[in-house]
Design a protein around this ligand. Structure first.
Ligand SMILES: *[C@@H]1O[C@H](CO)[C@@H](O)[C@H](O)[C@H]1NC(C)=O
Ligand SMILES: *[C@@H]1O[C@H](CO)[C@@H](O)[C@H](O)[C@H]1NC(C)=O
Ligand SMILES: *[C@@H]1O[C@H](CO)[C@@H](O)[C@H](O)[C@H]1NC(C)=O
Ligand SMILES: *[C@@H]1O[C@H](CO)[C@@H](O)[C@H](O)[C@H]1NC(C)=O
Ligand SMILES: *[C@@H]1O[C@H](CO)[C@@H](O)[C@H](O)[C@H]1NC(C)=O
Length: 257
């Protein structure tokens, strides 16, 4: 009698477990969308999932979500096995397949921002990566990763590239008055998911602009000297015509000023 009771309890347990796990399909297409250490877990409800279903997210501890995505706060160097389970009217689906995610290796590193300035026969450039949110504890992404840049540039079919660790860089020995296009690639030994900047084009120091600048300076010098001549001439005539007392008074006033 005791024996039968035990089997009955086991069968009930099995039936309950079966219906609880069997009637709701597990979420599918589980992925982490992660850029610059902003991690969002996404999934698709499997066909047949009723509206209003909630989800349990397994990440060491269980998190809950009512939408098909969840922003995650993760330790940069830990490896996580993430999975999602649907939950509806006290029925649970099986867990989705696990996905493995390690932030520092797997987050995408967005393109570097590049600023360019022509400087005659050269181009000065600054490269910077978007710094992750301060909540990640990363203060300087270049230091965190030991970042290298490959600077590629091209002009009318010629192209060259150079490697640097510097965030400021000058391309030298270029032709003046020419348009060069520049693209910067980021290299990180520990993370291959880097994106290059778009090609950006700039004129090196245009020759005609420099000539114009020189002309303006020369014209300025000429006008200043003409003005000086007039000014000193005026003082001379004042000195020659005014009585001595007035001259003294003018000098006195001007020293007060
Ligand atoms: C899963 O992803 C594939 C590819 O993006 C898509 O075609 C499919 O519809 C997705 N499944 C569901 C249930 O949304
Ligand atoms: C998430 O859902 C599970 C199962 O329904 C529940 O046990 C748990 O308490 C919920 N957690 C939170 C943080 O709401
Ligand atoms: C929830 O489940 C109970 C019994 O398992 C059922 O009677 C009820 O109709 C269900 N509710 C919904 C909204 O599906
Ligand atoms: C590069 O950065 C330095 C220092 O922040 C700045 O003085 C310089 O103008 C920048 N150059 C370019 C081309 O943006
Ligand atoms: C990088 O910058 C340092 C000084 O900040 C300079 O000495 C070095 O030549 C630069 N390297 C390149 C490749 O420009």
């Amino acid at each position: 009698m005791k024996h039968w009771k035990c089997v009955f309890v086991l069968m009930t347990c099995y039936l309950v477990a079966h219906t609880v796990l069997g009637s709701l399909p597990a979420p599918v297409n589980v992925t982490v969308n992660s850029v610059n250490f902003q991690h969002v877990l996404r999934w698709d409800p499997a066909p047949g999932t009723p509206p209003g279903t909630e989800y349990n997210i397994f990440k060491r501890k269980v998190l809950n979500s009512t939408t098909a995505s969840l922003k995650l706060k993760l330790h940069n160097e830990r490896t996580y096995y993430l999975s999602v389970q649907a939950s509806y009217n006290q029925t649970l689906s099986p867990e989705s397949h696990n996905i493995c995610f390690t932030p520092y290796k797997d987050t995408k590193i967005g393109p570097p921002e590049v600023s360019l300035a022509g400087c005659g026969n050269c181009i000065k450039m600054n490269m910077s990566l978007l710094e992750p949110d301060s909540s990640t504890g990363i203060e300087d992404i270049n230091k965190y990763y030991d970042v290298h840049f490959t600077v590629k540039w091209r002009r009318e079919g010629h192209s060259m590239s150079l490697e640097t660790r510097n965030k400021s860089f000058t391309l030298d020995n270029l032709q003046e008055g020419m348009e060069y296009c520049v693209q910067v690639h980021t290299h990180i030994r520990l993370n291959g998911n880097t994106q290059p900047s778009t090609w950006e084009c700039i004129l090196t120091g245009p020759v005609e602009h420099r000539v114009a600048a020189l002309l303006i300076i020369l014209l300025g010098l000429l006008m200043t000297s003409v003005f000086c001549l007039q000014y000193t001439g005026l003082i001379c005539t004042v000195k020659a015509t005014l009585p001595r007392a007035i001259i003294v008074r003018i000098i006195h006033l001007s020293t007060q000023i």
